[in-house]
Design a protein around this ligand. Structure first.
Ligand code: G6P
Length: 607
């Protein structure tokens, strides 16, 4: 995720800004830059790691006691130097750094262009710089306040102006900002980690607040210019704790980020009043969309599980035939690609070599190829004809969690979009999208059961084998639950379609075999009850994931984890969360290295 640092005070700031950015490196980024005000504005930015920025700074003196800095995780536009922050306005008087997404930036950009503004980057953030410059009439705080009333979307920003060489103005809506209170020096950051080396006295900004920092003080006001009396808090955590947001591991932090990351995946893409979905990055015309004859989805690992769910979703709702392929198999087996075939590539990193090569093979054979990735500017994102970013932010834990639920969210959107062009009514689309909006709060409720899941984990941490069963939409979730457990705890685990259990795995069931069954109240509910009985009859230990008011399967189970009800197509987003937590707790109890499991890599760039 992008990171912001700002400092105004009585010392030279360039090196301190870079040091602040270094403390934000753990968040992931693909370019970095600083702007310092000293008579004029000095802006230095570089694509790539901080070392590239430092090398540039070592070639020149950047004097000044007030400045802002940024590490960028690309969302709009490729990760290159021009798109990196800080961005400046038309006259080069204003510099801003921005976290978040400005949803109405295209409209604002067009208006500014008609008034003579020219833009050099592909970012939404540059529009903010121009707008602030446009509305500046001698007071930076007033200009920022004015612009807050014009933009839609999310932001945490830090802004400086050539004419106010000791002032930083910050504003927040949906993207965190924290003020550090120092002695003769004040700080602004997106994350306390950035300023911990300088001060432990902080003020957390709330949405809709504007903060004005000078070396002498900090003033917080509302968007309506009413002064707010903010409490100064003392930070007692150390840096490592802060980078993990107070969680013990990045994986646990990422599991807990899911209400937010799912919201980020659908934000700005759903039209609640018509039941439609907008996925502009696909670059497909209406005609092309209506004429998709077949879809092939290519992926590996967890992304393959999302792909399988995509097959179930698209076939049921959009009635288009879908095949899901392991990318490593597809690329070597001379696949048949007919006219009208759309090839969808799913990869969190956008760099997995098998997925990339499979995508190239599909392209060579004439398919239109689309990408569903998290990393902007990744190879798959660049080489596909169009695509959708999942906007999950950097995923640091090797075992994928939040990227999976974001991929599934996008596949749900894609399904509704395709179905609306075929047979789904506007009313049905509206109902499903309204239910999708309830998912983040429902996940937050499931996360509160973490301690109860820990108690189950304590009972099963020493078992050597697990079986995960599911039917319908819950079958890919069974596969994903089993994969999570084996990846991080090194316990052997198999995911199976529940009825298929009779054709083999049933031989394994005895009182020592924990069987995790995902049996929510959906189309396959009646059928899976019989499969649970088969496990029970052989004295297997049943851990069930059921819908909140369920009793029959709960009565047969040794342990029950309840999740809220949701339409069938959305249930997987809920059902996977307790399985992530179960795997996590078991792995921690076994003393495993959860974030860096043995032998695994986050991004597999070799065959
Ligand atoms: C590795 C990672 C998995 C991931 C898979 C595919 O195996 O450990 O977590 O699911 O690669 O990665 P991708 O970036 O293509 O989604």
């Amino acid at each position: 995720m992008c990171g912001i640092v700002g400092i105004t005070g009585d010392k030279q700031v360039a090196d301190i800004l870079v040091e602040g950015l270094r403390r934000l490196e753990y968040r992931g980024y693909d370019s970095a830059g600083i702007a310092v005000v000293d008579g004029g504005l000095h802006v230095i930015k570089r694509e790539g790691k901080l070392s590239a920025l430092e090398a540039a700074l070592s070639q020149q003196v950047v004097p000044g006691t007030c400045g802002i800095a940024h590490t960028r995780w690309a969302t709009h536009g490729a990760p290159n130097t021009i798109n990196s922050h800080p961005h400046t306005d038309h006259d080069g008087d204003v510099a801003i750094v921005h976290n978040g997404i400005i949803e109405n930036y295209k409209v604002l950009k067009t208006q500014l262009e008609s008034q003579g503004h020219t833009f050099i980057s592909e970012t939404d953030s540059e529009v903010l710089a121009h707008l602030i410059g446009h509305h500046y009439h001698g007071c930076l705080e007033t200009a920022v306040r004015k612009v807050m009333g014009l933009v839609e979307g999310t932001y945490g920003i830090a802004v400086i102006h050539r004419n106010e060489p000791h002032t930083i103005v910050g504003a927040r809506k949906g993207s965190p900002l924290v003020v550090g209170v120092g002695d003769g020096c004040n700080y602004l950051a997106s994350d306390v980690a950035a300023i911990l080396g300088e001060t432990r006295q902080v003020i957390y900004l709330d949405d809709g607040e504007i903060v004005t920092l000078t070396p002498e003080g900090v003033k917080t006001t509302t968007v309506d210019n009413i002064e707010v009396d903010k409490e100064i808090q003392e930070i007692s955590w150390d840096l490592d704790q802060i980078q993990k947001g107070g969680f013990q591991h990045f994986m646990l932090k990422e599991i807990h980020e899911q209400p937010e990351t799912i919201r980020d995946a659908y934000r700005g893409r759903i039209l609640l009043d018509t039941g439609d979905v907008k996925l502009a990055g696909l670059r497909l015309t209406d005609w092309e969309l209506r004429n998709v004859r077949r879809i092939i989805i290519l992926a590996c690992g967890t992304s393959w599980h999302a792909a399988l769910l995509g097959e179930y979703l698209i076939e049921e709702y959009a009635r288009i035939p879908v095949e899901v392929e392991y990318a490593s198999e597809f690329r070597y087996r001379s696949p048949v690609i007919e006219p009208g075939t759309l090839c969808l590539t799913i990869s969190q990193s956008g760099e997995t070599i098998d997925t990339l090569e499979a995508m190239r093979e599909a392209k060579r054979r004439g398919a239109k190829v689309l990408g569903l990735t998290n990393v902007v500017g990744s190879t798959i994102a660049r080489e596909t004809d169009g695509g959708i970013y999942i906007h999950a932010g950097p995923e640091i834990g090797v075992a994928s969690t939040k990227a999976f639920t974001s991929q599934v969210t996008i596949l749900i959107l894609l399904t509704i979009m395709l179905a609306r062009r075929n047979s789904m009514s506007s009313e049905r689309g509206m109902r499903l999208l309204a239910e999708l909006e309830k998912i983040p709060a429902k996940i937050a409720g499931i996360l509160e059961q973490s301690d109860a899941i820990l108690e189950i984990a304590k009972m099963y941490k020493d078992h050597s084998n697990f079986l995960y069963l599911g039917r319908g939409y819950n079958f890919p979730i069974a596969l994903e639950g089993a994969l999570k457990l084996k990846e991080i705890s090194y316990i052997h685990a198999e995911g199976y379609p529940a009825a298929e259990m009779k054709h083999g795995p049933i031989a394994l069931i005895d009182p020592d075999m924990p069987v995790v069954v995902i049996c929510t109240r959906d189309g396959s509910y009646q059928k899976i009850k019989g499969n649970v009985q088969e496990v029970k009859a052989r004295n297997g230990k049943i851990i069930s994931i059921v819908t909140e008011d369920e009793t029959e399967i709960a009565d047969m189970s040794d342990h029950v984890i309840r999740i809220p009800a949701a339409p069938d197509m959305l249930t997987p987003l809920l059902a996977v969360v307790p399985l992530q937590l179960l795997a996590y707790h078991i792995a921690v109890l076994r003393g495993a290295d959860v974030d860096q499991p043995r032998n695994l890599a986050k991004s597999v760039t070799v065959e």
